[in-house]
Design a binder for this molecule. Structure first.
Ligand SMILES: [Zn+2]
Length: 396
């Protein structure tokens, strides 16, 4: 048994080589007409060599794309042919990534021994898992809470997907007490453990899971893979695309695990609110992602759209008020662009959860400074408190 473990560790050590994005450029573009937005959207869905950080938005604004050195001249040529306004955000992303790892390694070498997790820094998958188990075994009880860790499924590479259930009877802070007394809370800190680990060991900007999807490419965009309106809009069917939606709805183990867990918990007493947190972009979004009849023009709105939207307004306003930021709110189709196969759409469309929300946390890069973590927590916390207060009013 020991030999098996050792060989697995060796394989992992060989595979874990940091990718530095040397010579990669990041471009900002400012489409000034619907035609230019459509051009970029088409490019996003058809050109697997482009990684869009910020998607073309029919409401205008900035579009950001990361391009590898060998594809830059083709890309720039195509954009210039359309006379699009463009600027370069990162002349060499490699410098930015190198700096990130240097700072990260320095901070980690200074981390006090015995600390399981650092809430002001990024933690590894192993640290998050160890922390969750320690909550279950001792930390929660010390706070008068009851915590339970559950393995809700496996990833392609065989890792556990862990969910934490938090229940309490009383607490010190009255707001926290009310929130925990009124609801059972379930957390899945890492939906995509293989991809998360890959962003720590290999490529910091990796987005998808890690299942091999063609002879040369890996990964399905799990937020395009859910089994509701699967594969219809704003997705790519090309395995090498960052927006690849998979071979079929819920083809991926991670998607299946999360869907099954949502179904299970919803069957216990009904899920009141489901939030699927993403990064980045200061957006508080809710269903639907699709357009009417998938016509690509008019965004579909649910029958209870006003309920969802007004709750999003209350929540986003409280977030904004915390650190004076700006947050878009509304259906994901209207706020960004049409997409299908997202977690929020699936949970509402299939499981009938009334409030399903997809927040895109603060930032203007997938790699954010650790100094943003506490600020992000503070504003989201205020948003959640306001959201719960509003729901409370509606239920009484
Ligand atoms: Zn997202």
């Amino acid at each position: 048994m020991k030999f098996v473990l050792v060989s697995l560790l060796l394989v992992a050590a060989v595979a874990a080589e940091r990718f530095y994005y040397e010579g990669y450029k990041v471009y900002d573009m400012y489409p000034s007409s619907i035609e230019e937005v459509d051009f970029l959207h088409e490019l996003m869905l058809t050109d697997d060599n482009l990684d869009f950080w910020e998607e073309p938005n029919r409401m205008g604004g900035k579009v950001t794309v990361m391009v590898a050195p060998e594809h830059q001249s083709t890309f720039v040529g195509a954009v210039q042919a359309e006379n699009l306004i463009m600027s370069i955000r990162h002349e060499d992303l490699g410098e930015h990534v190198k700096q990130f790892w240097e700072d990260y390694d320095t901070r980690r070498s200074q981390r006090a021994p015995g600390i399981l997790i650092d809430f002001d820094d990024f933690n590894t998958l192993e640290e998050i898992e160890e922390w969750m188990y320690s909550l279950e075994s001792s930390e929660c009880a010390a706070q008068g809470l009851f915590c339970e860790v559950r393995n809700i499924g496996s990833t392609y590479e065989g890792r556990d997907i862990l969910s934490l259930r938090l229940v309490s009877e009383y607490g010190v802070d009255s707001t926290v007490t009310r929130l925990v007394d009124t609801y059972d809370w379930y957390f899945v800190p890492v939906f995509n453990p293989d991809g998360y680990k890959y962003t720590h060991d290999n490529a910091r900007y990796w987005r998808k899971n890690r299942s091999p999807v063609s002879s040369t490419c890996y990964g399905v965009d799990l937020n395009r893979n859910h089994d509701y309106n699967w594969g219809e809009e704003g997705v790519s069917h090309s395995p090498c695309s960052d927006l690849y939606c998979g071979e079929s709805g819920a083809s991926e183990l991670e998607t299946q695990a999360v869907q099954d867990e949502i179904t299970r918990v919803n069957g216990l007493s009904g899920i009141q609110v489901l939030m699927t947190f993403h990064s980045y972009g200061n957006m508080w979004m809710h269903p639907w992602g699709n357009t009417i009849n998938f016509n690509g023009v008019t965004c579909e709105r649910a029958d209870d759209h006003d309920d969802m939207y007004s709750l999003a307004v209350v929540t986003a306003d409280a977030i904004q008020a915390t650190h004076n930021t700006r947050w878009s709110r509304g259906t994901s189709c209207e706020v960004i662009y049409e997409t299908t196969g997202g977690t929020d759409d699936w949970a509402k469309g299939v499981e009938g959860v009334k409030y399903t929300i997809c927040p895109e946390l603060r930032g203007n890069d997938f790699v954010v400074l650790p100094s943003q973590i506490a600020l992000s927590f503070q504003e989201i916390w205020n948003g959640l408190v306001a959201q719960e207060a509003e729901l409370n009013v509606r239920q009484n």
